[in-house]
Design a binder for this molecule. Structure first.
Ligand code: FUB
Ligand code: ZN
Length: 638
């Protein structure tokens, strides 16, 4: 066997297992590598990611000097004097390189591309050269240790809550693990392990260590992942240490950094929303991997608060521009809503982990809403421009950009979209969960043996899903179909929003043409049987256009309604409504809604036409593709 093939096999053997010993998430995802997407909606997104987003992000890393930063750090390390490099930019610019490699690695797993692989290898040579001998890797200091980036402090770690050293570590690990899993090569993973070892050596509870906590979370979830890949328990212990010590760092107790109260007492979503979502994800990982379920209670409480009082209809989170932060309960302004793209991606990470902990479909109701609305609005349909905030109303001041000085959102989109198929299916023992509906072929080995399915659907434009069993274990398995909240009459698993049209959509499940009836379990329609290849399951969900109202405490939505259909939230935008001020229009009570299929508009959409006014609504994710102008999700009503 060739050396590289052997390395890839070994890497898969190592990487495929999750927690090395003992505890783990009870529910397991079917990895995106086991899901082949044949879906027109998501296929277009993956193509845009491959052809536009990833090449663009790499070229921006080059053009904006992000690679040069690594080169300068290497030069400075080998110089006898200070070369005087000016450390501008942001101290986490290195992460855009790591995040883009992460996204590219996911793509490599699905679409092998030797040229891309070689390009990444060449970037990794530059990255490796910037790593200090003991593993420290943070070009914002190494480039000029006498005058590091102004947020970084005179020495390592001393200003860690501003310096992003550990944020860089987190993205480095996330990128490196993805690259290792995709290629079997260790050239990125070894860099990450070396930096992680340096951090574990210098920071911790020991007598010769410093007590420090990450200012911006992500190291927690990343170290937990590194533990699952290497089996080295010290990484999980370090993640747990960061979680336990929050609030005991240089800044003390501070809501912005989710440290105003000790972790075990937290029960509210506060502070910087991206940090918060990565924090919740890290807590969930530590809960699952250590088996210490008291952490689960913390994250469950915070989730109730967020979903009950602090989430937008689009799944966006973080109401305030100031501090890029969660607001108070029911503080959900529309024009000034911040809803950073990274925070929406973080919200997917959190809800995904909560599903893997609890196995309830309610987390997927939040995840799906966030994915189709708050995340997708963050990137243009062609994959080439991005929103940082995703407002629910605009007066024309918002416009996607190809890149930003602070490029966290574009590079997060670059790493997230290629991994989306990994959110569709999950399993536990002999149960297979279908959580997101997208046309695909999947296979996974359940307890009883291998199962393979083909799913065909017109989702998100209609609710008809056909699943063919291609392979099944001899003794059968249980197929668990998620029945989304939107068909069960629940906008979100809370009373923050509700449907206001009195409609009661239904659904049917048929196996080989015969209708089945069953109570839902945790939001799933469960079918246990000895399946034969060729068996066909149909899930037929009504997908009427719906009218939504917000909880009366949401002042900004008072007297207003919003519209959605299936998982898609709609908005009114200026180009579809000439002569109408969409931010001021007043709709009649109980308007009739018509669905119009527009195959050539905005890459193919279903639009809604509202009652007497004839107001045309488009999917929220597709707004701002025809120039800047007025847009509103929440519309006034008589
Ligand atoms: O600090 C790193 C990233 O930059 C944050 O996640 C974003 O909110 C932006 O501030
Ligand atoms: Zn961002």
């Amino acid at each position: 066997m060739k050396k590289t093939a052997l390395a890839v096999l070994l890497a898969f053997a190592l990487a495929a297992c999750s927690a090395p010993q003992g505890h783990d998430y009870p529910f397991r995802p079917v990895p995106f590598t086991a899901v082949q997407v044949t879906d027109p909606f998501w296929g277009q997104r993956l193509q845009a990611s491959r052809e536009v987003t990833i090449p663009l992000a790499f070229s921006k890393c080059e053009e904006t000097g992000r690679y040069r930063n690594f080169e300068e750090a290497a030069q400075q390390m080998h110089a006898d004097e200070n070369l005087g490099f000016r450390v501008g930019g942001l101290p986490f610019d290195d992460t855009d390189v790591y995040k883009t490699i992460e996204g590219a690695s996911y793509l490599l797993q699905t679409y092998p591309d030797p040229k891309l692989e070689a390009y990444i290898d060449s970037v990794l040579v530059i990255v490796a050269a910037a790593q200090e001998p003991d593993g420290y890797l943070y070009t914002a200091r190494t480039r000029n240790p006498e005058h590091p980036h102004r947020w970084s402090g005179a020495e390592r770690w001393v200003q860690i809550e501003d310096s992003h050293e550990l944020y860089d570590l987190g993205h480095l690990i996330e990128g490196a693990v993805a690259h290792y899993r995709a290629t079997g090569k260790r050239n990125f993973l070894d860099i990450a392990i070396k930096f992680a070892d340096c951090v574990c050596h210098e920071i911790g509870p020991g007598p010769d260590q410093q007590v420090r906590v990450p200012g911006h979370q992500i190291a927690e979830m990343a170290l937990a992942k590194l533990y699952t890949v290497t089996g080295d328990r010290k990484y999980l212990d370090e993640a747990k240490f960061f979680i336990d010590m929050r609030g005991h760092g240089e800044k003390g107790m501070d809501a912005y950094r989710q440290s105003d109260v000790p972790v075990m007492e937290q029960d509210e979503a506060v502070g910087h929303a991206v940090r918060a979502e990565y924090w919740y994800s890290g807590i969930a990982d530590v809960a699952a991997l250590t088996g210490e379920m008291q952490y689960t209670e913390v994250i469950d409480r915070i989730w109730e608060n967020m979903v009950g009082k602090k989430i937008y209809l689009t799944g966006g989170v973080g109401a305030r521009r100031e501090g890029e932060a969660f607001g108070d309960a029911y503080e959900l302004p529309n024009l000034t809503s911040y809803c950073e793209t990274c925070a929406a991606i973080g919200n997917v990470y959190t809800n995904y982990r909560l599903f893997l902990l609890h196995g309830s479909s309610k987390y997927y109701d939040v995840l799906e809403r966030t994915l189709y609305n708050g995340v997708l609005s963050g990137v243009s349909l062609d994959g080439g421009s991005f929103f940082y905030p995703n407002p629910l109303e605009s007066d024309g001041r918002h416009q996607r950009q190809p890149w930003f000085g602070c490029a966290c959102c574009p590079s997060n989109i670059a790493r997230f979209i290629p991994s989306v198929a990994g959110y569709a299916y999950a399993f536990r023992d002999n149960d297979l969960y279908v959580n997101l509906y997208l046309s695909s072929r999947m296979s996974e080995t359940l307890k009883g043996g291998e199962v393979a399915l083909t799913t065909e659907t017109g989702y998100p434009w209609n609710g008809d899903v056909a699943i063919t069993v291609d392979k099944a274990p001899r003794k059968g398995f249980t197929l668990k179909l998620r029945i989304p909240g939107w068909v069960r009459g629940e906008v979100l698993p809370s009373d923050l929003y509700s449907y206001a049209d009195g409609l009661q959509p239904g659904y049917k499940v048929l196996v080989n043409g015969e209708e089945l009836h069953a109570e839902l379990l945790d939001g799933y329609f469960c079918i246990s049987r000895a399946w034969k290849p060729g068996d066909k399951v149909e899930l037929l969900m009504d997908m009427p256009a719906r009218i939504v109202r917000a909880h009366p405490s949401v002042q900004d939505d008072a007297g207003r309604v919003a519209f959605e259909r299936g998982p898609i939230v709609y908005c009114a935008e200026w180009p579809d409504n000439p002569g109408v001020k969409v931010r001021e229009v007043v709709l009649e009570a109980n308007p009739e809604l018509t669905v119009r299929h527009e195959p050539d508009k905005l890459y193919g959409i279903d639009e809604l036409v509202v009652g007497r006014s004839g107001l045309t609504l488009i999917p929220y994710y597709a707004w701002n593709h025809r120039g800047a102008g007025d847009m509103a999700v929440w519309l006034r009503q008589e």
